[in-house]
Design a binder for this molecule. Structure first.
Ligand code: NCD
Length: 358
């Protein structure tokens, strides 16, 4: 099955496993990175070790020169029409590290979309000047639509989804997996670990994407903690159950805190409120982490957050060695560099340099 076998209406209605097959390159990193479901243990392990090789090589001037020579003939378009600090900057830095030149559109009010150009035409325009498009949008499914459009055009360049609506944020999930893997390196990896998600689980795309990636690890247990209206959606629960994953949804964070290995905090996503101010009416006071909560956590638990945070993690917690969010953010730059390098089939060259020089 290929994207060219379908018109958009047909393609849009395929099931997720069918879409994954259309976009797959076997166990290699996919050409377009659109959904978490495109990743398996083989390409996840490959990306994480490539990220570690790149970050190690980047420590020396000689290494940096090698990395910058990887893709100087490629240009990346950062098309971010939804607010972003970390994802935008880490992709920008990742591109710079491996030598790509970068262009950007962040505000459609100053691009031709303002004159009424469709997103499809805009993307085709970018594809004439660039070799990869990294995009974030408020619109669910836009990245996949654009990937389908380009796959059916004369210049089928890769698309990376840097966040689409409330639905998917696959590269955040990659950096989260990389962070979990590094943190549990000496504790047998991710298998047998319990991960707790806290906050606005109904509208947070990072939680959805990471839950999907965690299906790739043995005997993982997930605990979803949220006030009732913000609890994790049924489709995620069904997918976990059908994969035999043990999960619990509860509003009692303190009950489960002492038994979890990782806590993944999220902010309230009130930009999605249907009625202005509706989130503010929900009592979220029991879904915050301060020093008292850290006291009851395991001594080797880790505390994660995709950021930005509001008040769900108290500032004083930043000094706790279990606070992982700043390192998590930096891991994003390395895994994104690995993803782009791998999309352009540079992994073998990195491997070789690593073996010979490190
Ligand atoms: C997240 C996002 O955009 O979904 N941010 C990020 O990419 N690090 C989380 C959020 O905005 O709450």
């Amino acid at each position: 099955m290929q994207t060219t076998d379908y018109n958009w209406e047909e393609f849009k209605n395929l099931s997720m496993p069918e879409k994954v097959v259309c976009f797959s390159r076997g166990d290699s990193t996919p050409f377009h990175t659109l959904f978490s479901q495109q990743f398996n243990r083989t390409n996840l392990d490959h990306l994480c070790s490539l990220a570690t090789q790149i970050r190690t090589i980047a420590k020396t001037r000689n290494g940096m020169n090698f990395l910058r020579g990887l893709l100087p003939h490629k240009r990346a378009m950062l098309y971010f029409t939804q607010p972003s600090s970390r994802t935008f900057l880490s992709f920008l830095s990742a591109c710079q590290i491996i030598g790509l030149n970068v262009g950007e559109v962040r505000d459609t009010a100053i691009s031709s979309e303002y004159k009424g150009e469709t997103r499809e035409d805009s993307i085709r325009t970018f594809s004439s000047y660039f070799d990869i498009i990294i995009m974030r949008s408020r619109q669910k499914g836009l990245a996949e639509h654009m990937a389908w459009t380009l796959s059916n055009s004369e210049r089928p360049i890769p698309i990376i989804n840097a966040g689409s609506g409330q639905d998917q944020h696959p590269t955040q999930a990659l950096l989260d997996i990389y962070t979990l893997k590094r943190s549990f390196e000496r504790r047998g990896g991710l298998r047998d670990k319990t991960v707790m998600f806290v906050g606005d689980l109904a509208r947070g795309r990072t939680v959805r994407s990471l839950s999907d990636l965690l299906l790739n690890y043995n005997n993982i247990r997930l605990v979803f903690i949220a006030p009732e209206p913000m609890q994790i959606s049924e489709d995620v629960c069904n997918s976990l159950s059908s994969h035999g994953v043990d999960w619990i949804a509860s509003s009692d964070m303190h009950k489960y805190l002492p038994e979890v290995d990782a806590i993944y905090m999220t902010r309230i996503q009130d930009e999605w409120d249907v009625v202005k101010g509706e989130s503010a009416k929900i009592d979220t006071s029991r879904f915050k982490i301060g020093l008292d909560e850290m006291r009851i956590c395991k001594p080797d638990a880790i505390l994660m957050h995709p950021l930005p945070r509001r008040d769900e993690i108290a500032k004083e917690v930043d000094h706790d060695p279990r606070a992982m969010y700043w390192r998590q953010m930096r891991n994003g730059m390395w895994i994104r560099a690995a993803l782009i390098a791998s999309t352009f089939d540079c992994a073998e060259r990195v491997n070789e340099f690593y073996r010979e020089n490190i």
